[in-house]
Design a binder for this molecule. Structure first.
Ligand code: AHR
Length: 495
């Protein structure tokens, strides 16, 4: 089958904010305990940070990591996570029915983030707590000294502070599962008042208000509209969360799920712009898609979880080749919305619905979904270009016609490379016919392909490289995309 992809140097979607390659570490399952932190592990450093995990996180080059939750944050007292470790309380975490020993806390995460070369995106508890706890933690983290909370931090050993710029005002506050769930008016008010207090402290802080927990919530998108009526002018981003599933094991429908992400973003953009018009505001609300991924494999195992353990194995999805294809398509959606989506977090980073898996005391390895994320993070920085795809389609019940070819295009920051990320959703090869107006002397410099004949193939501790990318021979400007494959086509641009 043939598909045509047309781009034009004149038609840009917008500058890509590198923070769309963000991720997420929650105090959930083995993300922290047994994931990034495992004192006594042969690869742990003096801080207890696993060096093998740090190497993989650095390879992914994740610019921002959301922390410490998630649902966890809505009944979490941040004060428990600071000061001498032996004085910190053990608490019951109601969100995941686990025990939180607080032996890894704020200062430890800040140190880890520095070693990983990433920035912190900190989520504040607006479930059981409120404005007071919010203003205190911001002062603790960011004020240089000479006040109660900043001096306490200095006493705890951090003179410089953590300089955290990006703050989430709660998590999924519309969700009935959330401790301290709110109505949109209750949440909109508290988000507004919290934003006001934080911006009085520092107007340069960037604040994220909670959108709906996902696009299927019955109150979506009225939740967004009401919340923004309250806090439009005080916050910088509205959050989106969505996870994708394949419960019925129907590959074509699963591969089409990125069209759902597309229309979810379009609806949120439309709602934000409606509120903007209503308020006669000059400001365009930007989006933070701060939880996205495939999540369904672990549901059955999790239903048998023994409660009240430290670091239990929870949400340990083992990802397959087909999940990697879906993740490739989801990244394409984020890139095609680069004009509005400025932050995004692959949820999560280690062990919990994650690209990186570990065994306690053992190895760390890359899951299948690691690969599309790695290549996008590596080559997907610069300007997102408008792509016109002319491809044969198939019908899906949920979305109607679905193009077999899914693509995004990125012009590199130095203007010397054009990178296409292409997913072939078909069981047939696709012959790609590229028309790139305004780009002289394009030559295919690199073609990386991720595919496996067994679509259920996964990487494990015993076979960590079963699904891994292959570098193909390059030649003409067009390329052949193998059946059911993810492809990185990197072109050098002549003068
Ligand atoms: O990422 C796992 C969970 O999914 C998060 O804690 C929550 O915010 C979402 O429902």
């Amino acid at each position: 089958m043939r598909a045509r992809l047309a781009i034009d140097k004149e038609y840009e979607i917008g500058a890509i904010d590198k923070r769309i390659y963000g991720s997420f570490i929650e105090h959930l399952g083995r993300a922290v305990y047994g994931g990034i932190y495992e004192p006594g592990h042969p690869r742990a450093d003096a801080n207890g940070f696993r060096g093998d995990v740090l190497e993989l996180v650095r390879e992914l080059d994740v610019p921002v990591v959301r922390y410490p939750g998630g649902n966890f944050v809505s009944s979490f007292n941040w004060e428990d996570s600071v000061g001498p470790v032996d004085k910190r309380p053990r608490r019951l975490d109601l969100a995941w029915k686990s025990v939180e020993p607080n032996s890894f806390g704020l200062a430890e995460f800040a140190r880890w983030a520095k070693e990983a070369g990433t920035e912190i995106m900190y989520a504040i508890n607006l479930g059981t707590r409120g404005i007071d706890a919010a203003r205190n933690i911001v002062e603790y983290c960011n004020h240089p000294g000479g006040s109660y909370w900043s001096d306490l931090r200095r006493q705890h050993g951090s003179k410089a502070g953590f300089g955290i710029k990006l703050w989430c005002l709660g998590n999924e506050m519309d969700g009935p599962w959330q401790v301290g769930q709110k109505t949109p008016d209750e949440y909109g008010r508290i988000a507004y008042e919290t934003a006001k207090a934080l911006k009085l402290f520092d107007p340069k802080l960037e604040l994220v208000a909670c959108g709906s927990s996902n696009g299927h919530m019955p109150t979506f998108p009225q939740w967004e509209a009401t919340v923004l009526e309250h806090c439009y002018d005080s916050v910088d981003y509205l959050s989106l969360h969505h996870y994708f599933r394949n419960d019925d094991d129907e590959l074509p429908a699963f591969l089409a799920s990125s069209l759902g992400m597309d229309s979810f973003i379009d609806s949120v953009v439309a709602t934000c712009d409606f509120v903007q018009s209503k308020k006669r505001s000059k400001k365009k609300m930007q989006l933070s898609f701060d939880e996205w991924n495939v999540w369904f494999h672990s549901a059955e195992a999790d239903s048998k979880n023994e409660p009240w353990q430290v670091g239990p194995p929870l949400l340990e999805d083992v990802y397959t080749m087909e999940d990697a294809l879906v993740v490739g398509c989801l990244i394409n959606v984020l890139l095609r919305h680069a004009d509005r989506v400025k932050v995004a977090c692959l949820a999560q980073l280690v062990n919990v619905i994650a690209p990186i898996m570990t065994d306690n005391g053992g190895a760390a390895w890359r899951q299948t979904i690691y690969w599309p994320f790695l290549y996008a993070s590596k080559y997907g920085r610069g300007t997102s270009m408008s792509v016109k795809v002319d491809s044969p389609t198939y019908e899906s019940k949920a979305f109607g016609p679905v193009p077999y070819l899914d693509a995004s295009a990125v012009l590199s920051e130095d203007g010397r490379h054009l990178c296409l990320f292409c997913v072939n959703r078909s069981r047939e090869a696709v012959e790609l016919d590229l028309r790139a107006a305004g780009f002289e002397g394009l030559a295919l410099a690199e073609h990386v392909e991720l595919r496996n004949d067994d679509l259920k193939a996964a990487n494990t501790a015993a076979a960590p490289n079963r699904v891994s990318p292959k570098v193909l021979a390059t030649g003409k400007a067009g390329a052949a995309l193998a059946p059911l494959s993810f492809n990185v086509l990197r072109y050098s641009i002549g003068k």
